[in-house]
Design a protein around this ligand. Sequence first.
Ligand code: NAD
Length: 500
Amino acid sequence: MKPVAESPVASRQSQGGGARVLRNYVGGEWVDVDGVELLDDINPATGEVAAQVPLSSAAHVDAAVRAAQEAFPAWRATPPQKRARAVMALREALWERQEEIARLVTEDMGKTLADARGEVLRGIESTEAATAIPHLLKGENLEGVANGVDVELVRQPVGVVAAITPFNFPAMIPLWFLPFAIACGNTFILKPSERDPRPAELIFELIDGIDAIPAGVCNLVHGAHDAVNGILDHPGIEAVSFVGQASTARYVAERSAANGKRCQALGGAKNSLVVMPDADLDVTVPAIMSSSFGAAGQRCLAGSVVVLVGDRERQDEVLAAIRDAAAELEAGAGDKEDVEVCPLVGPEARDRVTGALERALADGTAELVLDGRSTANEAGTLLGPTIVEVSDRESEVAREELFGPLLAVVRVSDLDEALEFVNGSRYGNAGSIFTTSGEAARRYRFGVEAGMIGVNVGVAAPVAWFPFSGWKDSIDGDLHANGNDAVEFYTRKKVVTSRW
Ligand code: NAD
């Protein structure tokens, strides 16, 4: 088993002074988490400490598991239509409070308000999709497999399930999991990112107000490594959904497997945007701006490499259009009108991105096309759109996930060479092609090794009725999030053979 690296975030001393300390939600009660380290939850735009996050221990996880186990027998026996109505009530509450949740996402994670609104809407869509559970849970049957013998398949919940979620979609990603998990009849524990857990807290406040969701069905445990290990090692938890960096995903998947748990662990990404010479730049350039610099590049679907296909003259033309558009983007605090590039989640994230940029410039693996480093704020979190042209296609800026507004540019002569570069990535989360040729789009779609594909679309965003995930190192596990895969993940199949 791999050792768990110490997170600089988790080990930082709390400096929040009087900021509110968050509480866990266990068995239908908000509970203080005493005797643990507190972590500052900062507003990335200002650096202000908005709250303090208790780093729960395995014992706090155990309390949540016991509450979830207690609630499970009655909840799994609740008819699917009634569970669907409970999820509908959550959908109504989310719909009503969506603006408030979106504002909290902006305050806690940093993304622009428009982006945060989109995130919340996608979380609501997952909740809506889960309300179809009476249909989705229906099994199969085959009459008369032998004389007087019938066979039927029924789906049953797996038990207590947990989700461990990342910072970059603090409202949407918890909602990829919670509604489907409980609609299937499971009871649920969420461990949100310790960097921005307040949107999750608000969602649980809504849950607390819904009578149709009994105490213990949904539980919230704040924390970092110790809470995650508490989940992975707890014998009472049957299944773990995870989203985060590839290294954490591998760790979570390995430790879950070692402990006999079902696991879906969605990991990191390095997504390429292929621009064919015939691409319509009026469509392509705005799509690249949104994909590469929206949320300051902190999306698992962010396009972080542009692959320019064609002759040098056309490549120069496309690159100039991309550079000019990026230079015009407005960077600043996410709650300001007109801002398009938000701050990074913390100053250490900006340092990580500029560090990789400076290494690439120093070792000559990349050349600057646009430098965003002079764009800064007091909190040390703002970085303007930055573009580099890559000379070494296997270098860090071309191949590693840097999760910031840093776009690498690679030139290739044709689509085959583009696919060879794209498929050379260890990741396979997403990818897009920009073209006016149906033939090129079709060849790309057939050959590209990634789970979420855009054709003239820069962000192939999740659609709740379809499964969402990547391939290769972008997932450890088989079943994706959302859609029928969610029902598959959160249920066990039982085949009953009867003779009468
Ligand atoms: P992260 O891996 O640092 O954290 C994710 C979760 O794991 C958090 O809840 C955190 O507390 C926990 N964690 C982190 N390190 C741990 C460790 N060593 N041991 C135990 N638990 C640990 O990810 P992040 O920085 O919050 O999120 C950004 C990453 O998530 C990016 O790599 C991005 O590509 C990825 N992501 C992927 C998808 C997808 O669908 N594939 C979606 C969103 C984000």
